[in-house]
Each structure stands twice: as structure tokens, then as C-alpha cells.
Design a protein around this ligand. Structure first.
Ligand SMILES: [Mg+2]
Length: 191
């Protein structure tokens, strides 16, 4: 049986302090940390704002910001998986909008800094708000993450996929979808 663990990045594997998410409304801009953004959104406070991850996109800033990030709770799960004998495969599933190679290189820099050797296949790094997924632009981030998972299952590459994610909204939406359709091959682990 082939098992894939997909890890969210921000506040799951690591927390970046230097980059903030920008929210725009009526010509005004506010900047929120990834944690603040997650909590605002779960309370519906981000409704009506246009959001931008531009501070996470420029590789000149994004890669060093990830290198110097603080480990977040999901990092312990990742370390446990890669230190075991298991054949579990690890990938990344984030709502960031940057090019996926930026995320990959930033993560490798972060892992090196943390003294961890993690073998991640660059083709299993998904940034669902990247323009390459613009066909999904009417979906919310939870639905976009679910779409990637369903695609991977449809391709029969994996028998079971776990998503490790700090955002309770993703768990709620994906769990509801799976319960309704009796899907037992997807699990969301909250951190
Ligand atoms: Mg997150």
C-alpha cells in the first residue's frame, strides 16, 4: 500500500515571521501574519478583502524567510515519518501562490538549517494559488487542496493520502466531503 503524507507549510511545518499576507479593501491595505490570517478567516473577518501572498512569492525574500523560519508543530510529524523505516512518501500542499520551485528550495534550506534530510519529490509540491491552477479560481483554499488530493487518488499513484494542516477549515470541509461520499482514503490531521 502506497501512502502519501501531504504537509501544509505555514504554521504546520514552519512559521515565517518576516513575510505577511496582505489584505486589500477600499484602497486600504493591512498585513497579517499567517496565524492571524487563518484565525481572521475562520471568523469570517477576511470576507470582502482581496488577499495577496506577494510577500511570499519573490524567491529573493521567500527562500531566506523560510530558511530562518521557526519550526511549527507538524515538523515533528515529518521528522517522525522520515526517521522511520516506512515507505511513506512526503509531499507539500500549500495555499501559497508562488512558483513551486521557490517553496521547494525554501523548504530544503529550512530542513538543512534544522539538520534534517528530507527527501521530497519536487513534483509533489503543490501551491494551489499559483496561476497554473487558475481554473479553480472560484474555489476556496480548502476546495483547492481537496482537488489536488482527489486528482492524485484518481491517478492511482497512492492508496491513501493524509493532509497535515493547521487550518481547521480545511479539515472541516474535506472531512464533510469524504463523509458524504463514503471516502475512506483521505484523512486530515490537525496540528
Ligand atoms: Mg497553514
Amino acid at each position: 500500500m502506497s501512502v502519501l503524507f501531504l504537509f501544509d507549510i505555514d504554521d504546520t511545518l514552519l512559521t515565517v515571521d518576516s513575510s505577511k499576507i496582505r489584505l486589500y479593501k477600499n484602497g486600504e491595505m493591512i498585513r497579517l501574519s499567517t496565524e492571524e490570517f487563518r484565525d481572521w478567516r475562520s471568523q469570517g473577518k477576511t470576507d470582502g478583502y482581496a488577499t495577496s501572498f506577494e510577500e511570499f512569492n519573490d524567491p529573493e525574500f521567500a527562500i531566506p524567510a523560510m530558511e530562518t523560519a521557526r519550526p511549527a508543530p507538524g515538523f515533528d510529524i515529518l521528522k517522525e515519518i522520515i526517521s522511520g523505516e516506512s515507505d511513506i512518501i512526503v509531499g507539500i500542499l500549500t495555499a501559497r501562490s508562488s512558483e513551486e520551485y521557490v517553496i521547494y528550495e525554501g523548504l530544503i534550506a529550512f530542513f538543512n538549517k534544522q539538520g534534517v534530510t528530507a527527501d521530497i519529490d519536487p513534483s509533489l509540491v503543490f501551491a494551489v494559488n499559483n496561476s497554473k491552477y487558475k481554473k479553480w479560481k472560484s474555489k476556496n483554499d480548502s476546495e483547492k487542496k481537496l482537488s489536488i488530493i482527489l486528482l492524485l487518488l484518481k491517478e492511482n499513484m497512492f492508496d491513501h493520502i493524509f493532509l497535515v494542516d493547521d487550518d481547521p477549515m480545511h479539515k472541516k470541509i474535506i472531512d464533510e466531503y469524504c463523509q458524504k461520499r463514503d471516502i475512506s482514503t483521505i484523512d486530515v490531521i490537525s496540528v
